[in-house]
Ligand binder design. Structure first.
Ligand code: NI
Length: 160
């Protein structure tokens, strides 16, 4: 395993749409291993492949419930709305209130190509949406609350 460099918001790669993963081979496994190591080293709860310079539809996440690897993920259901402060390892030090669904259901392949479904609310729903957006070249700064809550009423920030 190896740490990879996390690209920051000036890098045009973060605005590009990622290609589906077609081969579930050693190269994919190495990418996922490196992404997890890089995410943990940066104290993040999620990391998408374009953030390490790879235009592939792959994400790693750990909101404290263990590592999730999502390959070719898609949101198949969403409900409600939530608003909380969000951050991004590619936009260090900036936290803004972001609008997300309250609940999402995601389907994704694992590192061997098997399909699974995942559900999430609160931080988990936000993390799914934030990381999946990265695969379409969308940063959280495009999803901001147009009427931010006063600072003292805000929930605490999470790095994603
Ligand atoms: Ni991010």
């Amino acid at each position: 395993m190896a740490l990879r460099k996390i690209v920051t918001k000036e890098d045009p790669i973060l605005k590009k749409k990622c290609r589906p993963v077609e081969k579930f081979d050693d190269r994919l496994h190495m990418l996922l291993d490196d992404m997890a190591e890089t995410m943990y080293a940066a104290d993040g709860v999620g990391l998408a492949a374009p953030q390490v310079g790879m235009l592939r539809r792959a994400v790693v996440m750990d909101i404290g419930e263990g590592l999730l690897e999502l390959v070719n993920p898609e949101i198949i259901e969403r409900k409600g709305e939530q608003c909380a402060e969000e951050g991004c390892l590619s936009i260090p030090g900036e936290y803004y209130e972001t609008i997300r669904p309250a609940y999402v259901k995601v389907k994704a392949q694992d590192r061997n190509g098997e399909w699974h479904e995942y559900e999430g609310e609160e931080l988990k729903a936000r993390c799914f949406c934030h990381e999946l957006d990265h695969l379409d070249g969308v940063l959280f700064t495009e999803r901001l609350n147009p009427n931010p809550t006063p600072k003292e009423e805000r929930k605490t920030a999470e790095e994603e």
